[in-house]
Design a protein around this ligand. Sequence first.
Ligand code: ASP
Length: 429
Amino acid sequence: MAEMGKKGALDWYFKSNLLVRILIGLIGGAIVGLIVGPGIDVIRPLGTLFIRLLQMIVVPLIIATLVVGAASISPARLGKIGIKIVAFYLLTSAFAVAIGLLVGNIIRPGAGMDLAGVTGQAREVTPPAVIDTLLNIVPTNPFAAIAAGQVLPIIFFAIVFGIALSYLQISNDERIKAAGNTLFQIFDAAAEIMYIVVRWILQYAPIGVFALIAVVFGTQGAQAFGPLGMVTLAVYIGIALHLFGVYGGLLAINKLSFTRFIAGAREAMITAFVSRSSGGTLPVTMRNAEEKLGINRTVYGFTLPLGATINMDGTAIYQGVCALFIAFAIGMPLALPQQLTIIITAVLASIGTAGVPGAGAIMLLLVLDSVGMPVQEGTPVALAYAMILGIDALLDMGRTGLNVTGDLVGTSLVAKSEKEIDLSKWKKG
Ligand code: ASP
């Protein structure tokens, strides 16, 4: 760069440690938001800009990384990685709901609130059509899927494309082989370009983080100290238990250091926390997997976009806690069979939750429906649900942070078992 070597006016900004700057943005934003209150909303565009920048590169990044990844390993290996990661995602999500229910039963948020009076009529539950969900993974028009940013169909098409590309590269026909290699290099270059762009975007992160967090705390912060404090507390205790107990335990069993993991994953964790979007955080998650955790692109290129779409442990915890809160608040505590039902529906609902802000609150409707607490106008259930919606941003921050952390834990474990991880990055240094 032309001006390299010269002392710039913004050196204090660009030359200081990025993570320290992001943390200052995080804490400063929370404090300023609480002090200023709702008026802080004027700086919302600064946060929106950060999210838009990240979203801008999500689709090209997934496609480039997945095509390169799928072209670089055998379909059999890819299948093995797929089975392992899906098993991890499902099991940890089931654990997460159980933790949410456990904490909820101990803290009993909403107990004694007595919103009762009217109780909603149990509505017929329409089970999500599993076969349709599966069929929808195959795009009828890949370009439409790309334009609409539908991650699962994009993953499917990119993998098929990448596998076919690998066959070009080993063709006996020199012309086809050369064309295959050229195309591979183009996707490889596109992926690298996206990583450079993520690095640039992260330079803006401290400002974006400040604005995002200040707006949430300015508009919703005070409410968290009110009667809903117990719900917030229960959700965050559940998240902490899952983070340290389940993830910490699984990493330890697999001889991976938890502290090194956090050091490598924290940019993604903070970005998820403030952006409240697993999908939007994906560029940062992928960058951390590659640069900080030393994971091979063939693994994370597949497991991370998949995780951002289907793996939502934080959302599962939230759904467990909120279902209990609503039941306590309307004076109809849930019996054991109902709680078991919640484990199943919350896992399914968390899989179906899109990686965008607030999606988990919509899927909570499904969970409530499954235990005979449909949200219908004028019912106490609707009242209790509306109360939770009032603090949704605060809860969404924690659950999204955990969602993304879970994707990285699963990816690290699968990468380790497949020997696709550079363990030197996990040593102190
Ligand atoms: N915001 C969450 C995510 O992107 C989903 C949710 O609302 O629970 O992971």
